[in-house]
Design a protein around this ligand. Structure first.
Ligand code: TXA
Ligand code: MG
Length: 334
């Protein structure tokens, strides 16, 4: 990890207090941050990202006390999960406190809260003195940045000479966005329901084994519906089409597969397909996924990912969730 430059942190803090945005490293992906108390900063997040207002933002905090200040009511199981997995890549969707601006929550009564573990993110939140709203620092619908240079190249055309402060905290250790879970109480059954809205670094298995130790009745569910509004089918897209192929597909693609891809995607030709090979180690595959998508897309016109049926469970769930949503076509899992 790069050393923390305190002058840069102070500059970032000034900008955030003045209602500007700053790009911050987190352990998951880079975020485009604004103070939750600045409507001007919040608006700038949406305009720079070209993000629709119906997609709510995550609030980043640097302590449990700060988390409590943005939430109206903590269900005991939420408190239990926070104490086990924070700081870290888990976002909890809970009833929002009045201080949380409706722009952050897209008018919902709930707020998504996360306590990141990256030291620069934590220091900056503390220094600014207010929680930071931060989506991933990329255009809406595109792959998230896991390195500072991804952010620079993504926004360079948009900025038109205006300078955007990007704090370089090195490569993000997780490389995929946080796990988002919501918590509901089924009063009839006297049971809490923890629903995974987006899989991530805190895996379903980790949540399950934690909840086995929870003394009260609880169920764990997965949501495929876009209850997380930004979590639409096509998301996390690279600049060129990505296709998932079956495991036995020959390298370079068979003629029928090429023809099918051309037909379905209305491509006049496929000149230079490149295969994105997933690292067999899930931790590394997750960390490298978005970097590899960007690197290969630079000199190719089609990205190919080979479906691996042994790549299931644990962190693979989050990796395949992102690949599926990034894919224009999926021949392997229909
Ligand atoms: O790892 C991360 O979570 C990164 C880093 C920067 O912290 N942030 C991130 O933000 O991925 P973003 O905006 O790209 O994704 C936030 C997700 C979206 O799918 C959004 O719909 C969901 O969280 N979300 C936010 N508030 C919500 C709410 N009240 N209810 C349901 N889903 C919510
Ligand atoms: Mg995002």
């Amino acid at each position: 990890m790069l050393p923390i430059d305190s002058a840069e942190l102070l500059q970032a803090c000034d900008r955030l207090r003045q209602g500007d945005v700053v790009v911050i490293p987190t352990e998951t992906v880079y975020g485009l941050a604004a103070s939750i108390d600045s409507e001007k900063g919040l608006r700038k997040i949406f305009s720079l990202k070209r993000r629709p207002f119906f997609d709510p933002l995550i609030v980043h905090v640097a302590s449990f006390k700060e988390a409590a200040s943005v939430v109206r009511e903590w269900p005991p199981v939420g408190d239990f999960l926070a104490r086990l997995f924070w700081p870290g890549p888990l976002t909890l969707v809970l009833p929002k406190a009045d201080r949380v601006h409706p722009l952050i929550t897209s008018g919902l009564e709930t707020v998504a809260v996360r306590f990141p573990s990256h030291p620069i993110a934590r220091d900056l939140i503390r220094l600014t003195g207010s929680p930071l709203a931060a989506p991933s620092a990329n255009f809406f619908g595109r792959a998230s940045p896991s390195r500072a240079e991804h952010v620079r190249s993504e926004f360079s055309s948009e900025l038109d000479g205006e300078d955007l402060l990007i704090i370089d905290g090195g490569e993000c250790a997780v490389g995929l966005e946080s796990t988002v879970v919501s918590i509901h109480r089924d009063t009839q059954e006297a049971k809490d329901i923890v629903t995974i809205l987006r899989p991530g670094g805190v895996t379903e298995e980790m949540l399950k084994s934690a909840l086995e130790r929870w003394s009260q009745k609880v169920a764990i569910a997965r949501s495929e519906s876009p209850a997380s509004p930004g979590h639409t089918k096509h998301h996390y897209m690279p600049r060129i089409p990505l296709v998932v192929v079956a495991q036995n597909e020959p390298v370079g693609l068979s003629l029928p597969t090429r023809q099918k891809i051309q037909r379905e995607l209305k491509l006049s030709s496929i000149a230079n397909p490149r295969e994105l090979e997933l690292n067999p180690d899930a931790v590394l595959a997750a960390r490298e996924l978005y970097s590899e998508m960007r690197r290969l897309a630079a000199d190719s016109d089609l990205l190919v990912v080979r479906f691996g049926d042994n790549q299931r469970g644990g962190l693979w769930d989050a990796i395949w969730d992102r690949i599926r949503r990034a894919a224009s076509l999926n021949f392997a899992e229909e």
